[in-house]
Every structure is written in C-alpha cells, then in structure tokens.
Design a protein around this ligand. Structure first.
Ligand SMILES: Nc1ncnc2c1ncn2[C@@H]1O[C@H](COP(=O)(O)OP(=O)(O)O)[C@@H](O)[C@H]1O
Ligand SMILES: [Mg+2]
Length: 255
C-alpha cells in the first residue's frame, strides 16, 4: 500500500460557511504534493483537519490505510504526521537546542512536565545526543544557544522544520514554508525540502504561494478555490489549465 494519506469527500463547515466541500486528495509514499489556491480557499483548514485540530463535518481521512478522523492531535503526531505553521510557531524565548529537545521529549511522553520528572540521566543524554545530531545534520548546530526569536526569519523556518523532524514523521505538512522569503531564500528552501525528503524518507504535502517553488518541487498539485477542488495534475498540466489560470495563476487585474 503506497498510499500515505487519503482524503475522501471531506467537508467541513463553520456555521454557514462550507470551508471545504467534498475534497478528495491522495499523497503516495515519497511524493511531494502541493495544495495551492487563493487566500481563504481552505488550505490551512485542510491541514487542521488532517492533524486533528478540526473534525471534518463529513467524509474520511485515512493515514497509512487507517481512518484518523476520531483521533486526538497528540496521537496523530505520534503516528507520524508533523507540521509547520503558516505563522512560524516556536518557543520564542527558548534556545534552538531547547526547541528541538522539547519535540524529542514529546515523542517519548505526552506531557513535557511529567516526562521531565520520569526521565533518567541516560535517557536525557540520549535525547541530547539526538538533538545534537539533528541540529548538525540541519546545519543549525552553530545556533544552538541562540534564542529562537533572535534568529533571522529563514533560520526560524528551518528550526521549525527541524523540530518537526525531531518527532520522526512519515508525513510532513508544510504550511506556506516560503512565506515572507525573498527569491534567493525561496530557492534555498526548495532544495532543502528536497534534501530532507530524501534523507528522512519523507512524504510531503505543502501549501505554498511561491509558484516557482511549487512548480519546481511538486510531483502533483491540487488546486482549491472556495473549498472546492478545481484541478489536479502535474505542474505543467496545472500551469496550462484555464480554470486554474482564471482562478489563481494571474488573470491580469485590469485585463
Ligand atoms: N475556526 C474557524 N471558524 C470559522 N471560520 C474559519 C475557521 N477556520 C477557518 N475558517 C474560514 O475558512 C475559510 C478557509 O480558511 P483557511 O483554511 O485559513 O484558508 P487558506 O489557508 O486557504 O488561506 C476562510 O473563510 C476562514 O475564514
Ligand atoms: Mg492558510
């Protein structure tokens, strides 16, 4: 079974608003798949459903062949789904090292406070060693004592991804990882995402507005607009799809 993630007819309604309307989506093992669409299309909401923050109103979400719609966010994380957020979420006043250490702790235990009490010296050393190796491999070790909020934006993004990697995910969800980045940073991020996919054997689903990144990195693309799937296909199919061009890819404002 090569299907890592499968959404079937998934809908979610907030009051009178159907934020997602009968979405079908599949991500196969090792793929990098993108979701694109205008602001408010329902992209982040889809991530919130997959990670258990929101419960779909109807439809199904299967991960590795098993429905996860009734599971709690912590259990979904433990099953191997990690994510980053549209607005970077880090423990702003903690160091780079501590930010990743917390993620490793959470893998061993649900609760950071009780887990800190139960863990013995050897486990603690093992975890620290693991954080060190991860930071080294992500070229972040030199920042280990730096307070997260003091780092340049691009490094904070990478730290957030490193923290997600510390949970040992199978499926990584990236919500607008290149938001706020300049073309050079976006280019670096593009090769970084490919690199971690290969190194960690990940399957990646990402939301992104930078079309150069999306077209370069994605094997397949889903386009949603007002909660509805309007197109799916390879980057070249999407670029040439009139519906997509009209909804999203830039009908000139004053054309
Ligand atoms: N918790 C919520 N309650 C009410 N409306 C929400 C909630 N979360 C998202 N929405 C609405 O759902 C729609 C899709 O939002 P979102 O998924 O954040 O869009 P995107 O990420 O594609 O820009 C928007 O109209 C947004 O206001
Ligand atoms: Mg969003």
């Amino acid at each position: 079974m090569s299907n890592v993630l499968k959404l079937t007819d998934m809908s979610i309604q907030f009051g009178g608003l159907k934020a997602i309307d009968s979405l079908g989506l599949e991500v196969n093992k090792g793929e990098i798949v993108a979701i694109i669409g205008p602001n408010g299309a329902g992209k982040t909401t889809a991530f919130n459903c997959i990670t258990g923050i929101y419960r779909p109103t109807s439809g199904n979400i299967e991960y590795l062949g098993k429905s996860i719609i009734k599971e709690e966010p912590e259990d979904i994380t433990k099953r191997g789904i990690a994510r980053t957020f549209q607005n970077i979420r880090l423990f702003k006043n903690l160091s780079v090292f501590e930010n990743v250490l917390i993620a490793v702790h959470l893998r061993y235990n649900d609760n950071i406070f009780t887990s800190a009490l139960r863990i013995n010296h050897r486990q603690e050393n093992d975890m620290r060693e693991e954080v060190k190796r991860l930071l080294e491999s992500q070229d972040l070790y030199k920042y280990r004592y730096d307070i997260a909020s003091s780092l340049p934006y691009g490094i904070q993004r990478r730290l957030e991804i490193a923290r997600a990697l510390a949970t040992k995910p199978t499926l990584l969800l990236l919500d607008e990882p290149a938001a706020g980045m300049n073309p050079q940073e976006t280019k670096e991020l593009t090769s970084y995402i490919k690199k971690i996919r290969d190194e960690f054997g990940l399957t990646i689903l990402l939301i992104e507005h930078h079309m150069d990144l999306v077209m370069d990195i994605s094997e397949r693309i889903y386009v949603i607009d007002f909660g509805k799937l309007i197109a799916k296909g390879s980057p070249s199919e999407i670029q040439n799809n009139p519906k997509v061009i009209e909804a999203y890819l830039g009908v000139e404002e004053d054309a």
